[in-house]
Each structure stands twice: as C-alpha cells, then as structure tokens.
Design a protein around this ligand. Structure first.
Ligand code: ZN
Length: 69
C-alpha cells in the first residue's frame, strides 16, 4: 500500500474545505492525461468532481439535481 497524501480542496461555491486522500502518483497520472476515473478509481465520485471542477458534492447536487423525479 502506497503512501496517501491529503489534499485540501476548497469548493469554489461554498468555500467548504474537503480533505481528499490520494496517491500523488495517481494525481500525476491524471495530470498527464489519464482519465480521472482510471487514475483515481478509488475516490468517491464526489471527490473526483471536486478535483476536476472545484465544486463539492452538495453544490454539485444543487447545480445538477439527480433526474430521478
Ligand atoms: Zn460547495
């Protein structure tokens, strides 16, 4: 098991800080063109969204509510 690093990500909308733990090598892979779901498959979808768009899970839900009703 590799050493995970903590990344403090601030949501651009609500300014909440979320701590995401990821392998720095995987972050680098993502940074060099690997799809985030392939580079960081172990992160919850909300955390990947936060890395990509600086929008936390709850703000994301508000912007794009689930379509199931
Ligand atoms: Zn937010």
């Amino acid at each position: 098991m590799k050493e995970m690093q903590e990344y403090q990500l601030v949501c651009r909308l609500c300014r909440e800080t979320t701590v995401v733990k990821a392998d720095p090598d995987d972050i680098r892979k993502w940074g060099t063109g690997t799809l985030i779901q392939d580079a960081l498959p172990y992160l919850p979808k909300g955390h990947r969204e936060l890395l990509m768009s600086a929008t936390c899970d709850s703000c994301w839900q508000e912007l794009f509510p689930p379509m199931d009703d």
